[in-house]
Design a protein around this ligand. Structure first.
Ligand SMILES: *[C@@H]1O[C@H](CO)[C@@H](O)[C@H](O)[C@H]1NC(C)=O
Ligand SMILES: *[C@@H]1O[C@H](CO)[C@@H](O)[C@H](O)[C@H]1NC(C)=O
Ligand SMILES: *[C@@H]1O[C@H](CO)[C@@H](O)[C@H](O)[C@H]1NC(C)=O
Length: 388
């Protein structure tokens, strides 16, 4: 009886998988139908152009609330004024969650050439929530946050194309279906071991990236949707190498020189290897918890700034390079953002439960009025909800 049941469940699961989306085929080379000009790239550790002509791209990424304090005391001093080998200012990606975010500062980041991506409205701490959310809920979480950012930070919605889930919790095809439905272009939630440095790829075919314990990975085909993998860093501990994908959880400490040295050695691994783009997750609590980390990180950025083949870019630039892989000599990193001035306005609002929240937004072009209620899931513009 049990066996029959298991079989039935298996058949049912297969049917569900087939009816709700097409299962992705294995991408075996040569695959003549997966071509870059059709916005299709298979998972690969090989650069699309000769390795020695491949620029080494590094993306610093941030996935926490953009507060006035972090902007003023951490990100601006750390990042502004640095340039790439082509003379253009460096960039980075901020995946912005809603709570505690100061949207005037989000606008300032954007105006300084940084990419703004999405990290959900609720940032719900419950793993179960993200593991069981419906496509509809996920669309509300991610598309809703794009609406909030676009409206309250006055950033064109079409410039917000990337998403990273809270705590990198992907729910396989359900998450990707939601991202596609919401019109996003790439996801950066999928980490890869330090020994598997993959280039960005699309989900037309089955990904070769390892599906790590505790995560659910997409198995259906999502044509033209990009994955920007997060390649783990490594640290040496107790005579063995340990992977980590978040500078906070790498627990590397020491003098600022030692911290800079560790980061540089990690970069060398790809730079002298296949030159896959590197994504660093840089949480502010790393700077609070690990003594010397700020100075060490600044020294690391200083040294990187002297290398004429290494570029600090945002993840959209990485995906754009993957779509049009030009050699080092032709690679340009300038980001054009319209010159826009923005004044702050802080609104005292109430949540649906009646709690008080302050929302700081950008006032420009006659916009910047306070919403009626605190923007939230299902009501990203904070409008008064009409009685049913
Ligand atoms: C998080 O999700 C749970 C359901 O899993 C829900 O009860 C809770 O209210 C959510 N919290 C937030 C902050 O949205
Ligand atoms: C990085 O680690 C910190 C804890 O130190 C955590 O708060 C943060 O959410 C992590 N970031 C990501 C993207 O996983
Ligand atoms: C720094 O490293 C030492 C030795 O590896 C360790 O004992 C200590 O706990 C570390 N400190 C922090 C803050 O991680």
């Amino acid at each position: 009886m049990k066996v029959v049941l298991v079989c039935l469940v298996g058949v049912f699961a297969t049917l569900v998988a087939f009816t709700s989306g097409e299962l992705a085929q294995i991408c075996l080379p040569p695959v003549p139908f997966c071509l870059l000009e059709n916005n299709c790239v298979c998972t690969s550790k090989k650069s699309p152009i000769p390795t020695e002509e491949t620029p080494q791209l590094i993306s610093l990424t941030f996935s926490e609330s953009v507060t006035d304090d972090l902007y003023t005391n951490l990100w601006a001093p750390l990042l502004l004024g640095r340039t790439n080998p082509d003379g253009a200012p460096i960039s980075a990606t901020f995946f912005v969650p809603h709570e505690y975010t100061d949207y005037r500062r989000v606008h300032d980041l954007y105006a300084n050439g940084f990419e703004i991506g999405v990290n959900s409205i609720t940032s719900n701490y419950s793993e179960l929530y993200w593991a069981t959310a419906s496509v509809d809920t996920l669309v509300q979480e991610f598309d809703g946050q794009r609406t909030i950012i676009s409206h309250f930070a006055t950033i064109p919605g079409e410039d917000i194309v990337g998403v990273r889930t809270p705590q990198l919790q992907l729910q396989g095809d359900v998450s990707i279906d939601a991202f596609v439905a919401a019109g996003f272009e790439y996801d950066s939630s999928w980490s890869s071991t330090s020994l598997d440095p993959y280039f960005p790829y699309t989900l037309d075919y089955l990904s070769h990236q390892e599906c790590r314990l505790g995560t659910t990975c997409p198995i259906q085909s999502h044509p033209g949707f990009w994955v920007a993998p997060i390649i783990d860093r490594r640290r040496y501990t107790d005579r063995s190498w340990v992977d980590c994908n978040n500078l906070s959880t790498c627990y590397v400490n020491g003098t600022s020189d030692e911290i800079a040295e560790w980061l540089l050695r990690g970069i060398e691994q790809e730079r002298s290897g296949n030159r896959a783009p590197i994504t660093l997750i840089v949480p502010s609590d790393w700077f609070r918890m690990i003594y010397n980390s700020y100075l060490g990180f600044a020294k690391f950025l200083d040294t990187v700034g002297t290398m004429d083949d290494v570029f600090l870019v945002n993840l959209k630039q990485v995906v754009d390079w993957a779509k049009n892989p030009v050699p080092l000599s032709e690679f340009k990193t300038a980001v054009t953002t319209p010159e826009t001035e923005c004044h702050r306005n802080t609104c005292k609002l109430r949540t649906a439960a009646g709690e008080v929240r302050y929302l700081t937004l950008c006032v420009r072009d006659g916009g910047g009025y306070c919403p009626d209620v605190y923007p939230w899931l299902g009501n990203p513009l904070g409008e008064i909800q009409k009685e049913a």
